[in-house]
Design a protein around this ligand. Structure first.
Ligand code: ZN
Length: 130
């Protein structure tokens, strides 16, 4: 049987098991889309989505900002998200052992062309695809 490792949903704190280098993770508790996802698991270029009012997003022009109203956006492309597997020390069954640990660095992000033709991006979990 393939070895399983502990992971934690960064949104709801739910603990779940993953296999080494597993990708396309979705929290079974809150459906949060976590870490690196392959291209064919993500929405296609040119899809439309809603950016809800009050959503934090990143603009290359303005930095981190939030949406003042609900707006419809066209997806230019996705950023796949980032995970980092590293050897970490964990306490297990009364011993400290070194084993692979999953660090979730970034979730997939939607990217669209914002004002002044600067890139804008937001966590996929914060938008609603149409
Ligand atoms: Zn969760």
């Amino acid at each position: 049987m393939e070895r399983k490792y502990n992971a934690t949903c960064p949104f709801c704190g739910h603990h779940f098991k993953v296999t080494y280098l597993q990708v396309n993770l979705i929290c079974e508790d809150c459906n949060y889309i976590i870490g690196y996802h392959e291209d064919d698991k993500l929405p296609e270029q040119g899809s439309f989505f809603l950016l809800p009012k009050g959503t934090t997003y990143h603009s290359m022009l303005k930095g981190n900002v939030f949406s003042r109203r609900k707006t419809k956006k066209k997806l230019h492309h996705m950023l796949n998200g980032v995970v980092n597997w590293h050897n970490g020390t964990v306490f297990e069954n009364g011993h400290y052992i070194v084993r692979p640990c999953l660090l979730i660095e970034d979730n997939p992000k939607v990217r669209w062309v914002g004002s002044g033709n600067y890139w804008c991006s937001a966590d996929i979990n914060n938008v609603e695809f149409l």
